[in-house]
Design a protein around this ligand. Structure first.
Ligand code: AMP
Length: 489
């Protein structure tokens, strides 16, 4: 087995790796680091969770340790599709570069230009940026890219999804032809292949196996059902999600709930909070500081459930997530692989549940084709919502029942999760949340097939088999469930 000491990294980098506690390089590291150290271009076909971040940052640190930065002329550039991902690369960088003197700047939206300008003016060795913000700085005449020796493109397939490919091409053209390029993508769409052919020179191709096809420690389930109409459908989805969450209380330590649309991230968050769950949300329209706060809260276990869109959650390194819930079937089948790859990491057990309405069946078919196995159907989730943990209707302040504007609702409601816990006006709700959080972690599961909880508002479909596609349930009208009623407005 390859050891870190076999890869040719400097003692200072090896010392930092030892401090982080890594024993052996992951396959992508073992294969990508030696050619990167030789100065070769690398095309890494790997997704998050494979250790690819260290795969490109370690050789960069090793190489940049020699030489010095000049004002406004960074020596290396890492492009990442989202602010969170860029921030995460920066965090990794700081860890691995702790014994080497290198200056770094993180150029992401939501942070003042002035601060970033000051850093660039002083001269940085490493620039970590999202493409849009980088070009903003360039266009303001504050940055020269002609000193770039190493350029990294991370998560190129996501760049493609987000429409960043023209920006990436432009940035490539602003950097010297002699640069070294390290390029990472989970998939090789034709457009990605074209870019690599145009901008990489005779790259070493390194490919690591897909997580979804190899990870046997993730228990996957899909719950297919249909509803009589659109309005009930949305509510049924939320009810089903909660029922599944409750059924998992024994193993659920924390979970990510993925929605396809930002508006649904907001709605699901609001609904979960109303039902007393300890939840937060991230998506691209939310303020950057808020997103970071939520993410930190989730990492520190202050937030148990994270509702997220794909873009915001892409590549985020959140170790030890026990559950992934696909509130929607992802439209791009690769996203299923990315989403469920958030759980079952490093040999741990993981659970991945997905809700599927009839109109999503076509996407489910594509996913099953991609992962090359049928996803087992979920028959009847065990529903457990002890009455005592539900938000009591009468205790609610009146304004809480009003629908808040979608976009700003979560940001306003829980701008600072820690602070909110202290707010007296919301203490009842927060006690609910805390209770819920503790109960979800601690309380014992009832015998299987016992359908419990939901108070007096148990929707009829919850008591039936979940093979709704065939059985056509007769759910209760949403107005029966006051706690969720405003969501449907
Ligand atoms: P990444 O794919 O870069 O997002 O990395 C996924 C996770 O693997 C992160 O939590 C890293 O800290 C961790 N990791 C990276 N390299 C190693 C290694 N050689 N041994 C153990 N864990 C690692």
């Amino acid at each position: 087995m390859t050891k870190f000491t076999d890869l040719g990294l400097s003692p200072k980098v090896l010392k930092a790796i030892a401090d982080v506690g890594y024993d052996t390089p992951t396959p992508i590291q073992a294969e990508a680091i030696p050619p990167a150290l030789e100065g070769r271009d690398v095309l890494g076909i790997a997704q998050t969770g494979t250790g690819k971040t260290a795969g490109f940052t370690l050789p960069m640190i090793h190489k940049l340790a020699r030489g010095r930065a000049r004002a406004r002329m960074p020596r290396s550039l890492v492009l990442a599709p989202t602010r969170e991902l860029a921030a995460q690369v920066a965090e990794n960088f700081e860890l691995y570069a702790k014994y080497v003197k290198l200056d770094m700047a993180l150029l992401i939206g939501g942070v003042s230009f002035n601060e970033q300008d000051k850093l660039i003016d002083r001269g940085v060795d490493v620039l970590i940026a999202t493409p849009g913000r980088l070009l903003d700085h360039f266009e303001r005449g504050k940055l020269l890219l002609t000193g770039i020796e190493i350029m990294v493109v991370d998560e190129a397939d996501r760049m493609l999804d987000m429409g960043f490919i023209p920006d990436i091409e432009r940035i490539f053209k602003l950097t010297p032809f002699t640069r070294q390029t390290l390029f990472f993508s989970a998939t090789m769409a034709p457009e990605i292949t074209r870019i690599t052919q145009e901008f990489l020179q005779n790259p070493t191709r390194v490919e690591v196996a897909r997580q979804a096809t190899t990870s046997e420690n993730i228990e996957q389930k899909v719950c297919c059902f249909k509803a009589p109409n659109r309005k009930v459908e949305a509510k049924m989805k939320r009810d089903t999600l909660r029922a599944i969450i409750e059924s998992q209380s024994e193993t659920l330590t924390n979970g990510i709930i993925f929605c396809n649309r930002k508006v649904d991230v907001d709605i699901v968050l609001k609904s979960l909070k109303k039902h007393g769950y300890n939840a937060g949300a991230i998506h691209g329209d939310l303020d950057q500081r808020y997103r970071m706060e939520v993410l930190n809260g989730f990492r520190n276990n202050d937030i148990q459930l994270l509702v997220a869109s794909d873009v915001a959650a892409r590549g985020l390194d959140i170790p030890n997530v026990s559950h992934v819930f696909n509130y929607d079937v992802p439209i791009h089948s690769e996203d299923y692989v990315h989403r469920i790859g958030r759980t079952g990491r490093a040999g741990r057990s993981g659970w991945a549940f997905m809700l599927c309405l009839p109109h999503e069946q076509k996407h489910l078919d594509k996913i099953e084709e991609l992962v090359k196995h049928p996803i087992p159907r979920l028959d009847a989730p065990v529903v457990e919502t002890p009455k005592s943990t539900r938000a009591p209707k009468t205790d609610k302040p009146k304004q809480e029942q009003k629908p808040a504007p979608q976009k700003s609702a979560p940001a306003k409601q829980d701008k600072a999760p820690a602070k909110q816990d202290k707010a007296p006006a919301k203490s009842a709700d927060n006690n609910e949340q805390n209770n819920r959080s503790k109960k979800s972690r601690n309380h014992k599961q009832e015998p299987k097939n016992t359908v419990k909880g939901m108070g007096d508002h148990m929707p009829a479909f919850m008591t039936q088999s979940f093979d709704f596609v065939k059985k056509d349930p007769a759910p209760q009208a949403s107005s029966n469930d006051d706690a969720d009623a405003t969501d449907d407005a």
